[in-house]
Design a protein around this ligand. Structure first.
Ligand code: SAM
Length: 219
């Protein structure tokens, strides 16, 4: 997939992720393959493989640091037959990584131009198992639920109830929860009618804006 001048930088990024503590080989392999440089604006390509750098992608939004992408993807424990929902398509990079691991990825973005550009990148890379929709992702994508895993890549004030409801039994929701500026990455695992919660690490995401998120305009 990535026959470019960045393969060495990508391999170095993956080594850094291993030193950081990422152990899941499937996640590391996916990130070794997906060309992150293709998902960032040209002016920032030099920084695309720094494992701890988030990058502006326009519309006031960012592509998350590779170590955050890796940690959240690992925590989601995705299997090859899984159907995964992502909230916050952004550049499309996280969706591309998920697409290597899962059967199907459904990704929701509230800003139409970002969704359009992300779709163009995934198409250009020949990634066919991702569907993108423009709407308020805090409501989930009920028509296609339930999901084996749900990743939210924007910061929520609380765990959005509709997302919990759209998990299969045994499914995992991974999301940053907390204040508008700093959060903790939380894993919520559904066990029948009970939910087990584990907090992973600190994070600093842009806000999740919507009915079950922070207030703001949803397109
Ligand atoms: N996963 C993305 C990537 O790989 O580039 C990065 C996501 S960026 C940190 C957060 C994204 O969440 C932004 O594109 C923002 O517009 C989107 N967002 C915020 N609130 C949303 C909502 N209610 N529904 C869908 N997307 C939302």
């Amino acid at each position: 997939m990535a026959s470019d001048g960045y393969a060495y930088r990508r391999a170095q990024m993956v080594e850094a992720l291993e030193r950081y503590g990422i152990r899941d080989q499937r996640v590391l392999d996916a990130m070794r393959l997906i060309p992150r440089d293709f998902f960032v604006p040209e002016a920032y390509r030099h920084a695309a493989y720094s494992e701890d750098v988030s990058i502006n992608i326009g519309e006031g939004q960012t592509i998350s640091q590779p170590r955050v992408v890796a940690a959240m993807t690992e925590a989601a424990g995705i299997g090859p037959e899984d159907r995964v929902l992502e909230i916050g398509t952004g550049s499309g990079y996280q969706a591309a990584v998920l697409a290597r691991l899962a059967r199907f990825v459904f990704s929701i973005e509230r800003i139409a131009p970002l969704a359009r550009e992300a779709k163009g990148r995934l198409d250009a890379l020949g990634i066919e198992n991702v569907s993108i929709k423009v709407m308020d992702g805090t409501l989930g994508w009920r028509a296609l639920a339930p999901y084996d895993a749900i990743l939210v890549t924007a910061a929520a004030p609380d765990v959005p109830e509709p997302l919990i409801e759209q998990l299969v039994d045994g499914g995992r929701l991974v999301l940053p929860v907390g204040a508008r500026e700093t959060q903790v990455i939380r894993v919520v695992e559904r066990r029948g009618e009970r939910y087990e919660t584990t907090d992973l690490q600190g994070a600093c995401f842009v806000p999740l804006i919507g009915r079950h998120g922070w207030r703001g305009k949803v397109e």
